[in-house]
Write a protein that binds this ligand. Structure first.
Ligand code: NAD
Length: 475
């Protein structure tokens, strides 16, 4: 029998079902958690280039067991209802797994953003935001979007401003969307957050010898050969941090127009600069080129990071993927059928709902910052420095009173005396979140004989948390 590929939403549901079958849940509750609560489709016109152009957008709310619901807005020509619903379901499970107190949602607009200039994109974004906000599908207490593929800080700033214009007396207006620029109510470290989360996830994985052994890997990230697909927000930051801070070697970078490879390592900053300047990686010097970019996914490496779009590892190519460890920085890059093949072969997959949760985690911090109307660290930083100064002064006083000649290393003093700023606090909160969530998944992975992979473990942990919320509501 020829196996056919399920849709993205069916793929997510199949993975959900696999985990739910191992849980003791009343069938009614299982169904309630799996289904998507509502999807709103909007078609709106914007006057552009002397004519009226009609756009189609979606906002899907998967689960309101906690509110507000949260999830990014994607701009891509391929956006469709099935995709938005799959992504909103993943948001529910992701938020539960990392204990971000939100239900799951997602939005999308069918548009190729590269075909419009900045002014036009602003008109389109504002109109889309207006359509959503007037139905409470953007609201600090009910529905809080964020960036996703094809959108970033700029679009989030327009959305925040549009909401504020429509709700002039809402003191919490800034909390209606996250991923804003710092000067428009954003938080330090949000742009890098998803890629940073991928780095923290890998570091945590490499802290556990049994887990590494399952992938046939050992040691730490130093010298590990990494292939990244998609050098956008997530892929670029993940690759950059792994290269610069952990000593990993980025041997392959796959983009829309082709792929680069170099066994000695590609300079991530230089490739990114080339990509921004030329709109693709084609022509980049110091690397081998492949026009059939898919083939580079199948190259030998230690860690494969799909960070572009869904369904790239599927029934067609799964059996040829050589990486022993795949970390899903993108949402849904591995189809359910490919997941079966890879699991059978013993490939370790760090699943999307965990791997890319850094974005929503820092979005959660941003939302809290907006609601509390104060930057993190503003009250404590100098007080912390003053207390550390007291300790240093006392140590130096004792040293001189005892006639000792030792002094504190100036580098230690500088580091110890400096109070944490917002960026450090955000990174600390993100690191803590990624470690704890990983440990909750691996506990299930190692403790249960009927669970053989991290994805099923992740679903079991998150479905359990969502079920507990529903039970607490008396459902
Ligand atoms: P982005 O638009 O910044 O980057 C996507 C990159 O992938 C671009 O460089 C694009 O050229 C490249 N790309 C597109 N199609 C490709 C193809 N067929 N082959 C190779 N490269 C291709 O998007 P992003 O924000 O980095 O999101 C990437 C993935 O991460 C998506 O699945 C998204 O849902 C997920 N994600 C993003 C965030 C976030 O905070 N931005 C958070 C969680 C998950």
């Amino acid at each position: 029998m020829i196996k056919t590929e399920p849709t993205f939403r069916e793929s997510v549901d199949l993975m959900f079902n696999r985990a739910a079958a191992l849980m003791d849940m009343p069938p009614g509750l299982e169904e309630k958690i799996r289904v998507c609560n509502a999807t709103y489709t909007v078609r709106f016109g914007v006057r552009l280039r002397g004519g009226l152009q009609t756009f189609t957008g979606y906002r899907s709310v998967h689960s309101e067991h906690m509110e507000p619901v949260k999830g990014g807005i994607r701009y891509a020509i391929s956006v469709n209802q099935d995709e938005v619903e799959a992504l909103s379901a993943l948001m529910t499970y992701k938020c539960a797994l990392v204990e971000a107190p939100f239900g799951g949602a997602k939005g999308g607009l069918c548009i190729d953003p590269l075909q419009y200039d900045e002014y036009e994109l602003e008109q389109i974004t504002r109109r889309f935001a207006y359509e959503l906000a007037k139905r409470d599908l953007i609201d600090p207490a009910q529905n809080v979007p964020a960036p996703d593929m094809g959108t970033g800080e700029r679009e989030m700033a327009w959305i925040a401003d549009q909401y504020a214009r429509m709700n002039t007396t809402d003191i919490n207006a800034k909390a209606c969307v996250t991923g804003k620029p710092l000067n428009a109510g954003g938080i330090a470290g949000r742009v890098e957050a998803t890629g940073r989360g991928v780095q923290y996830a890998l570091r945590e994985f490499f802290r556990h010898p049994e887990d590494k052994a399952k992938a046939g890997l050992s040691g730490d990230l130093e010298g590990k050969r990494v292939i990244v697909q998609g050098l956008g927000n997530v892929g670029y930051h993940a690759a950059k941090f792994l290269q610069e801070e952990d000593g990993a070697i980025i041997t392959g970078i796959i983009e829309r127009d082709g792929a680069l490879f170099n066994p000695d390592g590609l300079d991530v900053e230089a490739v990114r600069a080339w990509l921004i300047r030329h709109g693709g990686v084609c022509g980049y010097p110091d690397a081998g080129h492949a026009t059939d970019s898919g083939s580079v996914l199948e190259e030998d490496c230690d860690i494969l990071i799909p960070a572009a779009l869904e369904g790239v590892i599927n029934l067609e190519n799964a059996a040829r993927i050589k990486a022993p460890l795949i970390i899903e920085a993108a949402n849904g890059p591995i189809t359910a059928g490919a997941d079966d093949i890879l699991r059978e072969r013993g490939t370790v997959i760090i699943p999307d709902m965990y791997a890319n949760a850094g974005g929503v985690t820092v979005s959660y911090f941003e939302w809290v910052k907006n609601l509390s109307h104060i930057r993190f660290g503003r009250m404590q930083r100098r007080q912390e420095e003053a207390r550390h100064q007291l300790v240093v002064n006392e140590l130096e006083r004792l040293s001189s009173a005892l006639g000792n000649s030792w002094t504190l290393d100036p580098r230690f003093k500088e580091k110890y005396l400096r109070g944490a700023d917002e960026l450090e606090l955000v990174r600390s909160g993100l690191d803590d979140t990624m470690r704890i969530a990983y440990q909750s998944m691996r506990e299930v992975w190692h403790d249960r004989d009927d669970v053989a992979d991290l994805r099923t473990s992740a679903y079991i942990v998150s479905i359990g948390k969502v079920a507990a919320s529903y039970r607490a509501k008396g459902l």
